[in-house]
Write a protein that binds this ligand. Structure first.
Ligand code: SAM
Ligand code: SF4
Length: 438
């Protein structure tokens, strides 16, 4: 029996790619097992920060040392890091039989079979940033039966100066709307209750097409699919989030969830400009007002980078002020990490790491307090959650999410998984709520 395991790093797009790859391998007669037992381990990798890459490299090294490589297990490295490091991975890890960039996903399953049969080592690099060898089937084999992702656009053309994504994921390319809708229909028929549409900048959907499709139209058409309980999307670019999308969200309730991620990245206009973000703090504020005016109680999360080259103390203070002003539900904060080949990596005034981490710590403390205050406002309210799994922490507890995307931990039972439940919120912590079923 040919056995495989998937080890997934990074973003939701990687989870989607891994779900489709699993579906394809199973259809070809492979069986999924644990990385300890598998004959082939596929690593779906991330390059967004140096730390993400180091994690993968040390895991590959450890894995190869523990299990040897002459007779397997064989390893395949897929995704952003595969694209960035290419041949170097083949050189460093003799157990690697295939390295494939994110735009070669469709060739991975046949590629590993060929590599294992012939003993050759295969390298599929995305030399053409517009080329695409995609997988065509929906992600039918998923760990979570009730929730699924659908990528609606590949790549990114924004070239924010800190970001490696346009270099490793290639040019922006919207998928065919009919294919997206068909994939959603198949997933709903399979029992999926919640779909999340994915792209590096979903708001640009359709801008590379000339047939009138836009993200707001896609949202409306997906939300109208019979049987879909919830629709979410990630992620948005503040410069492109249009009033039409906000209107589609407001009119599409309750299927379109009142929550979104709107990465601000910095609270300083000077830094935003150096990041090539294309908006100012005031234009960002107008978008937030538009959202909060149209969708009361909308949950907004954000991303923020600390220690971008040349970030002065006053720029950092402006980021802290932005957190106070916008009061995000949650912030994915990150210490700036220079990525080879990006504009910011060669900028002067790179900050010392200790200073970056001091700022990060201060920012996280402030946000923790804000998140806690927001969570506590839920206490006593009744929320509808989709019960989607066992809680990773907390004995015997299950978890689900509110429409605003807050995690709720509660006592429940296996038969209720995949159902929408009414829950009274009993307490709020900075990262989750605790509740009881009504
Ligand atoms: N497309 C999204 C946007 O425009 O905000 C972001 C996608 S990126 C995959 C996810 C997050 O990683 C970013 O929002 C940013 O905060 C963080 N990130 C990207 N490059 C980074 C870097 N070089 N150092 C630290 N964080 C980084
Ligand atoms: Fe990276 Fe900017 Fe594209 Fe987001 S929009 S993926 S941060 S280049």
């Amino acid at each position: 029996m040919r056995t495989f395991a998937l080890v997934i790093f990074g973003c939701q797009m990687n989870v989607y790619d891994a779900d489709r790859l699993r579906t394809e391998l199973v259809a070809r007669g492979w069986k999924e097992t644990s990385p300890e037992d598998a004959a082939l381990v596929l690593f779906v990798t991330c390059s967004i920060r140096g730390k993400a890459e180091q994690k993968v490299l040390s895991m590959l090294g450890r894995f190869q040392k523990d299990r040897g490589f002459e007779e397997g297990p064989f390893m395949a490295i897929i995704g952003c890091m595969a694209q960035r490091l290419g041949e170097e991975l083949l050189r460093r890890f003799p157990g690697v039989c295939l390295v494939a960039g994110p735009r070669h996903l469709g060739k991975v399953a046949a590629g590993v079979e060929q590599a294992l049969a012939s003993g050759e080592r295969i390298l599929f690099l995305d030399e053409d940033p517009r080329g695409l060898e995609d997988l065509s089937q929906p992600p039918l084999c998923r760990p979570n039966p009730w929730k699924a992702f659908i990528t609606i656009a590949h790549g990114c053309d924004n070239f924010c100066t800190y970001c490696i994504v346009p270099y490793v994921r290639g040019r922006f390319q919207s998928r065919e709307p009919e294919k997206i809708l068909e994939e959603a229909r198949i997933l709903i028929d399979q029992g999926v209750r919640e779909i999340t549409l994915l792209g590096q900048n979903v708001n640009s959907y359709g801008t590379d097409r000339d047939d009138g499709w836009s993200f707001s139209r896609l949202l409306r058409e997906c939300a109208a699919l019979p049987g879909l309980g919830r629709l979410r999307f990630a992620t948005n670019h503040p410069k492109d989030l249009s009033p039409e999308v906000v209107a589609a969200m407001a009119e599409g309730a309750p299927v379109i969830c009142p929550s979104l991620n709107l990465p601000i990245q910095s609270g300083s206009d000077r830094v935003l400009q150096k990041m090539n973000r294309g908006y100012s703090v005031e234009s960002y504020a107008s978008t937030v007002s538009l959202l909060r005016g149209a969708i009361p109680h909308v949950g907004i999360t954000s991303d923020l980078i600390v220690g971008f080259p040349g970030e002065r103390e006053e720029d950092f203070q402006a980021s802290l002020q932005a957190l106070e002003r916008f009061r995000f539900d949650l912030v994915h904060s990150a210490a700036y990490s220079p990525r080879p080949g990006t504009g910011a990596a060669s900028m002067e005034e790179q900050l010392p790491r200790e200073e970056i981490f001091r700022r990060l710590h201060e920012l996280n403390e402030l946000q923790r307090q804000i998140s806690l205050e927001i969570s506590r406002k839920y206490v006593g309210t009744v929320q509808e959650i989709l019960l989607d799994g066992r809680a990773p922490r907390g004995e015997g507890l299950f978890q689900g999410r509110t429409p605003t995307d807050k995690v709720v931990l509660l006592q429940a039972s296996e038969e209720l998984l995949g159902q929408f439940l009414q829950v009274r919120i009993l307490s709020g912590e900075h990262w989750c709520l605790r509740g009881e079923m009504l």
